[in-house]
Design a protein around this ligand. Structure first.
Ligand code: ADP
Ligand code: MG
Length: 611
């Protein structure tokens, strides 16, 4: 017994019955990086005590008007103490024995038993379960001064110095409620800083229903929008709430409000943020997980499918087990059900928007499409629900569903023509104009994978890039484009710089171009996907490609003529090279020395043509 702690009348001291040896040192080291959760725990207890009082009054156990509840956090810098005080139900001596000495301590013991094998504290979601006991992570000694609401009850003082020995006796408190005084240890003096405490209240306890003050000033928001009835909320309530959660972010596009009571409890609001790049796609997110309004974690990987992690907002569910390790979470049936419900609701929201509010949905599409595509690829159930809500942007700026595209472009049969870059594929796009078909723009890094996925799901649907072999065949089917001049083609091939290049000589209708290059759709797709993985941008010319020489063009006819005149062999060679270079130029694939040579040659031609 120390001198400052004399044993008075009615005092008892005792041993807390824990079965784990050295509980305290372990707890002190535990979750070293997150000592600050002690404040969340003590504030939660204080708020609980207030709400309990309110409830007792509600059922008529306590008479009179509802008092105004508050939790007060105060610091005494010179004394190095931190106090959390409330005017809730308080505790009788018996209750302190039962709730603090037994429940709080055995809770901590259970917690330790469960997690001594986990090793890494960060593997545990939320670190719930330690409750009151977490005070010993930051305090050498903890005192409780409390007085129960029950009539005739006396003030109680309890103190414990971080061993398994406690002391309890009459205390000076005369008002209903509880005061927990922490004598902070040397490593925890940061918690004497008012700003730090405010920050923690905002982080963990911002949305608790009771006012929380730090040194007399209100620190929490209290307004948990997700607990209110959606019918009572306006758009501004949601966007205002979003701003509070993510002050630096642009306004969200739309949101889904969850209010499930059965077979599990789930409240929350998930926002669809503006997603402008694929980098956003990975980094947005930060859904915050709450348990009965108390913040638990913003790292909820494994709780939801990864594609949903790019949504923002709040989920609150007491049915998500918080004091278990991540690997355990994945197998938990409640977590599965909750995850499934969220996926279904989000998908439903999208398809309803598409059906009932197409105008806005179209506006959102540019932001949300990477997310929806990612979801469609990775989750069958999600895909099934959103498939009719997938839109395709055309080169003329329309947004069509697949069904609409196919209806409009019936003559393409099961094909969808696309461009991966309307700028660099401009010449090719021009070529399709007279044919009156829609061409969709698929220029996101996720698109090659997405397209592959759709082809698998929607057989016999096929996507074909405008400069691939397939649309050529389709257009050829239009007319006699397919009629090739085989001998002429062989003649050209011999004059080309590389063996791998195939040649077709045929009349291209409605096209002013003397030549063009086509590439295999499958090979193209493959290279697009690999370069997406490697983070490359733009696309490269495939080693094997086909040069098409337009026999209906004046240059084509001239070359054809020269091919029959042996004296024109040299000129024919130059012309073949020029036709090939022109085709490469259209693809943005004429580079280096070849480009310099071509420009030099072209300058001479321009010069002689302008004499
Ligand atoms: P939990 O809150 O999960 O029950 P804790 O270890 O946090 O576990 O607290 C144990 C018990 O101690 C509480 O259930 C409550 O009965 C009692 N308690 C703790 N703090 C207070 C308080 N400020 N006012 C009244 N009772 C309290
Ligand atoms: Mg608690």
């Amino acid at each position: 017994m120390t001198a400052e702690d004399p044993k008075g009348p009615g005092e008892e001291s005792g041993s807390i019955s824990v079965h784990t040896d050295n509980l305290f040192p372990i707890i002190k080291k535990w979750l070293y990086s997150e000592h600050d959760i002690f404040l969340r725990e003590l504030v939660s207890n204080a708020v609980d005590a207030c709400t309990k009082y309110g409830r007792l009054q509600g059922i008529g156990e306590i008479q009179g008007d509802l008092p105004s509840f508050a939790v007060n956090i105060t610091v005494n810098k010179p004394g190095k103490t931190l106090t959390i005080a409330d005017n809730g139900v308080g505790m009788t001596r018996d209750e302190v024995k039962k709730y603090i000495n037994q429940i709080a301590f055995s809770g901590a013991e259970d917690f330790l038993k469960k997690f001594k094998d986990v090793g890494d504290g960060n593997q545990i979601i939320g670190h719930f379960g330690m409750g009151f006991f977490s005070a010993f992570m930051v305090a050498d000694r903890v005192e409780i001064y409390t007085k129960s609401w029950q009539e005739g009850s006396e003030g109680v003082r309890w103190t414990c110095d971080g061993s398994t020995e406690f002391k309890m006796g009459p205390g000076p408190r005369s008002e209903r409620g509880t005061e927990v005084i922490l004598h902070l240890n040397a490593d925890s003096e940061e918690f004497l800083d008012e700003e730090r405490l405010r920050e923690l209240v905002v982080r963990y306890s911002n949305f608790l229903p009771i006012e929380i003050q730090v040194n007399g000033k209100k620190a929490n928001d209290q307004n948990a929008v997700w607990n209110q009835a959606p019918s009572k909320l306006k758009d501004e309530d949601y966007t205002g709430f979003f701003k509070k959660l993510y002050p630096m972010e642009p306004e969200p596009l739309f949101w889904v409000h969850f209010t499930v009571d059965f077979p599990f409890t789930l409240k929350g609001v998930l926002f669809f943020p503006k997603i402008r790049s694929d980098i956003d796609l990975r980094s947005k997110g930060r859904i915050r997980l709450f348990c009965n309004n108390v913040f638990v974690s913003d790292n909820i990987a494994d709780l939801l499918p990864p594609y949903l992690n790019m949504l923002q907002g709040v989920l609150d569910s007491p049915d998500i087990p918080l004091n278990v390790s991540r690997s355990f979470l994945q197998g938990d049936p409640n977590v599965k059900k909750i995850g499934g419900h969220i996926v279904a609701k989000v998908a439903e929201r999208l398809s309803l928007l598409q059906k009932n509010d197409r105008e806005n949905y179209v506006k959102y599409w540019d932001d949300i499409h990477p997310f929806i595509k990612f979801g469609s690829i990775s989750d069958e159930k999600f895909y099934d629900k959103v498939q009719e809500a997938l839109l395709f942007k055309t080169t003329t700026g329309e947004r069509l569903t697949l069904r609409e595209y196919q209806e409009k472009n019936a003559k393409l049969k099961d094909r969808v023509l696309y461009t991966s870059d309307p700028e660099s594929q401009h010449v090719t796009l021009e070529r399709f104009k007279p044919h009156g078909v829609d061409i969709v723009v698929l220029d996101a890094p996720i698109d090659p994978h997405f397209v592959q996925h759709l082809e698998m799901k929607r057989h016999p649907l096929r996507f074909a890039r405008v400069d691939s072999d397939t649309p050529e065949a389709l257009l050829a089917a239009d007319k006699k484009e397919a009629d090739q001049d085989k001998d002429f083609g062989a003649f050209i091939k011999k004059l080309l710089p590389k063996e791998a290049i195939e040649v077709q000589a045929r009349a291209l209708e409605g096209n002013a171009m003397p030549s063009l290059i086509i590439q295999s759709e499958q090979m193209r797709r493959f290279t697009d996907m690999t370069s997406a993985y490697q983070g490359k941008t733009g696309d490269a010319l495939l080693d094997s490609h086909t040069l098409v020489v337009n026999t209906a063009h004046v240059l084509g006819t001239r070359l054809k003529l020269w091919s029959t005149i042996p004296e024109k062999a040299e000129e024919a060679k130059t012309l073949v090279r020029a036709l090939y270079d022109l085709a490469l130029l259209q693809q943005g694939a004429l580079k280096g020395q070849d480009l310099s040579n071509f420009l030099l040659q072209a300058t001479q031609w321009v010069e002689s043509g302008t004499k």
